[in-house]
Design a protein around this ligand. Sequence first.
Ligand code: COA
Length: 392
Amino acid sequence: MKIGIDQLHVYTPSLYLDLKDLAKARQVDPDKYTIGIGQDRMGINPITQDTVSMAANAAFPLINARNASEIDMIILATESGTDYSKSGATYLHDLLAIQPFARAIEVKQACYSGTAGIMMAYDYVSNHPDRKVLVVASDIARYGLGTAGEVTQGAGAVAMIISQNPRVLTLNNDSVPYTFHNFDFWRPNYAKNALVDGKYSNQAYIDAFQKTWHEHQRRHHTTLDALAAVCFHLPYSKMGKKALTTILDEESDTTNRLLTRYEKSVQYTRQIGNIYTGSLYLGFASLLDLDESLNAGETIGFFSYGSGSVAEFFTGELVENYRHHLYTSDHEKMLSQRYPLTIEEYETTFLESLPEDGSSVALSHPQDKAVIQLAAMDQHRRIYQIYDKVEQ
Ligand code: COA
């Protein structure tokens, strides 16, 4: 049975900061950000977009009356969730009008958990071939003003429907997971921003990549020649390349192909930044939308990494006519219609917070045109609103 990604759609909020402006404000050479780290813009969420609303906006175009009755499970992968107890997926279930006899859960393991969601979905569909699973990876990456990680922040979500006979990517059921307890990046329950050992996290990522790749080769006789492209978890656009180049020959057709396609896969990340759980799949969407040389039947490698740490290497095959099922023009429109913030506006937006004392507040933002928004807080409850689609 063929199981995999039937559809995928990306959402990022309507605000961004140009990283040349950030470089100027932090008195850093802009080339360090745009060339050394490889980021051009940072996606920023207004107060009206949180992990749940971003996830709902990512999933909204994928859901119709028919598949809402076929989805048995909603998995929200996030490390910036809104509640210790109630999963964000329960709101998605309501906002997307999914049939009532479904499971709705949230999963966590830093930036890795989107992949955990997909693998759980794969197993579910294997046992229930006529049913579907909605997996949404949604996050707001926060390192803090003036920190080394600030330039890599971002916000966004990727929604995917996992089903039998997928229209975009068939998963090859060849996953090699890897777990190694460490403290490269973590966020204790009392912290608003992540704690990170940046240089060590780069090394831990590369080690995990090499381990999972070599184990994949050993178990499945995988060769680089057989891969049309490799998509990476992208905390910033240079990170995957640092790992990839450790296993490439200096000069070969394979090296050229993988490096050229790597650049296609990082274009959305360069514009949006790190979206933690969704970053690998943001890279996949970028590759699919922007690389016109890819062909159906070709094999894509995927490297997932979540600090703390869990990694996984797996492959999938592009499906015949996959291009007909992409949301390329939606993604292009969304990225081109964003509103640029000044440094002052960015810092004010970054420091804004929701009431924590149960008071009621109505929320709105002039630049938020999303279909689904966080519209109010009332007695510690988040109230979301679905606006008329025409307003977009
Ligand atoms: N022009 C061009 N490149 C420049 C430059 C300039 N003027 N100044 C610096 N650079 C390059 C550096 O040579 C370096 O390149 P390299 O990584 O290929 O060696 C790169 O820019 C980053 O410089 P560095 O001094 O290492 O940056 P930093 O100390 O500010 O930290 C991170 C960079 C990524 C560690 C930091 O942003 C961070 O902690 N990020 C969050 C954690 C993370 O994303 N981890 C990834 C694994 S999950």
